[in-house]
Design a protein around this ligand. Structure first.
Ligand code: SAM
Ligand code: ZN
Ligand code: ZN
Ligand code: ZN
Ligand code: ZN
Length: 616
């Protein structure tokens, strides 16, 4: 359920077919070695084996491929006879589950529509490769057939946040691929899009230099920057502020287009950044370091505990270096002297969303006030959580003085590839500042092409699945059988108490703990990794049913809990059933314990939706 095909289910290294070691209980898991299989056995048998392996009949205990109780999805039977016989016993559990779905759906309804105050300058989920051609259009194809598929691809990233997934996608295109990648970036936060447009502009504007990739990595993440980097930002802002949308498009040879005449909003942001005093040590300076420290001091106790737990799970050197990062927030290509980085990074500042929101129903655009932008990166956000540390280590072999240097090198290498695509005119970005619910109108008005992929970030947490599928389905490219809408949520265990092992009744909790402590030394008894030993798929099924039941923004709520079978056909789409097959773009959920540096969000779940009656 977690791992992309062709990779070991423990270490996630790519494995060759002749080396695979299968799980003996289920048809899904494969390992690079018996060592990896054994290391994963306790976790995996408590988790995916339960989902993909044989089921036990609730009436007669027989094992096999059984029929599921369609009301609750949590009991299995040989046949109708066994089901009838078990009913008197099962009915309480079964009805209990339906009741909790109903309760959940009314609670979810109230949770929707809450907004975070922080602009997503770093993001909080792993960067996604939107295309993964080898796993989709190009899978099982010969070289000649692949070249026939060398057409352009169109991706919509709704609620896009920062550029990390665009960067990863562009940098992951197979070397043989010669087409163009068109990415539409939709977000309703002008700060986020102003930062994205600035970064894209910088890549194009300074593409002929060899330092722009490395400098941009620093500007993306580092609290302080060098004079050279500050000048790059300043020059770019000065130029951008003068431009109309047409001039921006011309200046970037059509590579960066801002849609629906929203450039004015971005201009406000750019002027705000331009007006900040960034020279450190200057009495009038914005002093980001102090602002960052204050923000952490004022954060809740839970975050402080999370940080100390995170540190205990690292090796000694990484721990030492990460402590430093928590203190100084520097993200540079090498260890640098403080004197060489004399500027605060203006692109890490913004205005709080709650102060900017002018809400009218579901349709809204954030306004910008005259207030000075201030440091506004949530203390929970780290560059280490958004770039999968397994991939970072894989692509930057050798030893590094710190995780920062390793990650810096990784992101720089990705940007280097993006830059070369840009030089070839093969990465085109269309920027749309709008509520995602309004985007389809703009799409239609501008007569834009349909999409091979629609990624919706975790907008499902705000708007519900049904609404997103309803509005985005008409935008999918019906000529491509691999066209897909990806929905994600990050708040599963917040919404559904039974998804959180820490909230389980004592006996169940003890069972999870005992699995966990058999696998891990008890001194490592950490909050985070326990989630790895608890199968939260049944609560997730309930969540999906409750979410569809709740409706949102014009999608009416339902009287009764929909069956999972009908959830799978929501809005006439076809859900890739994560209980039967693996996702092809985004794992349903990510392995945590092999990703210590990344501190992956435990509540993140991704679902893929296909057009009906298409091959996949
Ligand atoms: C959904 S948020 C959450 C963070 C996300 N998981 C990430 O890692 O980037 C991502 C982005 O969606 C944007 N967003 C939230 N609601 C939106 C809406 N209704 N329309 C468009 N963008 C929205 C936010 O401004 C934010 O930049
Ligand atoms: Zn392995
Ligand atoms: Zn198994
Ligand atoms: Zn039976
Ligand atoms: Zn049942």
């Amino acid at each position: 359920m977690d791992v992309q095909p062709g990779h070991c289910w423990r270490c996630e290294e790519k494995i060759l077919p002749e080396h695979t070691v299968p799980c003996s209980r289920c048809p899904m898991a494969v390992y690079c070695s018996t060592l990896c299989r054994d290391k994963d056995s306790i976790r995996h048998s408590a988790m995916e084996c339960e989902i993909y392996g044989d089921k036990k009949c609730s009436a007669c205990d027989k094992l096999g491929k059984l029929l599921e109780c369609s009301a609750c999805n949590s009991a299995w039977y040989c046949n109708a006879d066994c089901q009838r016989r078990d009913f008197p016993l099962h009915k309480t559990t079964c009805r209990g589950i339906l009741t909790s779905i109903k309760q959940l759906s009314s609670k979810l309804f109230r949770l929707k529509g809450q907004y975070g105050d922080f602009p997503e300058y770093f993001g909080n989920t792993l960067a996604r490769d939107f295309l993964q051609l080898d796993n989709n259009e190009w899978s099982g194809k010969s070289v000649e057939e692949k070249l026939e598929l060398d057409r352009d691809y169109h991706v919509l990233s709704a609620g896009c946040g920062d550029l990390r997934s665009t960067v990863l996608t562009a940098a992951s295109l197979p070397a043989e691929y010669q087409g163009k990648l068109h990415v539409t970036l939709n977000d309703r936060d002008p700060f986020v899009l102003a930062r994205n447009v600035l970064f894209l502009f910088m890549l194009v504007r300074f593409a002929d230099t060899d330092y722009i990739s490395s400098s941009l990595t620093t500007i993306w993440y580092s609290l302080h920057i060098s004079k050279k980097e500050y000048d790059l930002v300043k020059t770019s802002l000065d130029e951008l502020i003068q431009m109309s949308a047409q001039q921006l498009s011309d200046a970037t040879r059509g590579l960066v287009s801002v849609l629906n005449e929203e450039l004015g909003y971005l201009g406000h942001v750019w002027r705000g950044w331009q007006s900040l005093e960034c020279r450190r040590g200057n009495p009038a300076s914005i002093n980001l370091r102090q602002q960052r420290q204050e923000m952490f001091e004022n954060s809740d106790q839970e975050l402080k505990v999370e940080r100390s737990v995170y540190l205990t799970c690292l090796n000694a050197n990484d721990r030492k270096q990460m402590k430093k990062w928590f203190a100084h927030g520097l993200f540079l290509s090498c260890e640098a002297n403080q004197r060489d980085i004399p500027f605060d990074n203006p692109t890490l500042t913004a205005q709080e969303a709650s102060k900017r929101i002018a809400a009218y129903g579901c349709v809204q655009l954030l306004q910008i006030s005259s207030e000075m932008p201030k440091y506004l990166i949530s203390s929970k956000r780290m560059p280490f959580s958004v770039w999968d540390c397994l991939r970072v280590r894989e692509h930057t072999p050798g030893s590094h003085t710190s995780p920062m240097v390793m990650y810096h090198k990784y992101v720089t290498n990705l940007l280097q590839k993006v830059k070369s695509l840009i030089l070839q005119g093969r990465l085109l970005s269309y920027v749309s500042l709008a509520n995602c619910l309004d985007f389809p109108n703009h799409h239609q008005a501008l007569n834009m092409p349909s999409y091979d992929r629609i990624f919706t970030s975790n907008l499902a947490d705000f708007h519900g699945f049904a609404k997103l599928l309803q509005i985005f389905k008409p935008l999918l490219n019906t000529n491509n059988s691999f066209s897909v809408i990806v929905t994600e949520i990050v708040g599963l265990y917040i919404n559904v108490p039974t998804a959180d092992p820490w909230k389980l009744p004592e006996p169940q909790f003890q069972k999870v703990i005992s699995n966990y402590s058999r696998d891990w030394p008890t001194t490592k008894a950490e909050y985070h990794y326990i989630f790895e030993y608890y199968n939260s798929t049944p609560p997730f099924l309930q969540f999906l049913r409750a979410d569809i039941m709740a409706g949102e923004c014009g999608t009416p709520p339902l009287q009764d809990a929909p069956s999972f079978e009908s959830v799978k056909k929501c809005q006439g789409m076809r859900m890739r059933d994560f209980r039967k097959e693996l996702n092809k773009l985004v794992p349903l959920r990510c392995r945590l314990d092999v990703r210590n540096l990344s501190l992956v969000n435990v509540g993140c779940r991704a679902v893929e939706w296909l057009l009906p009656k298409t091959e996949s």
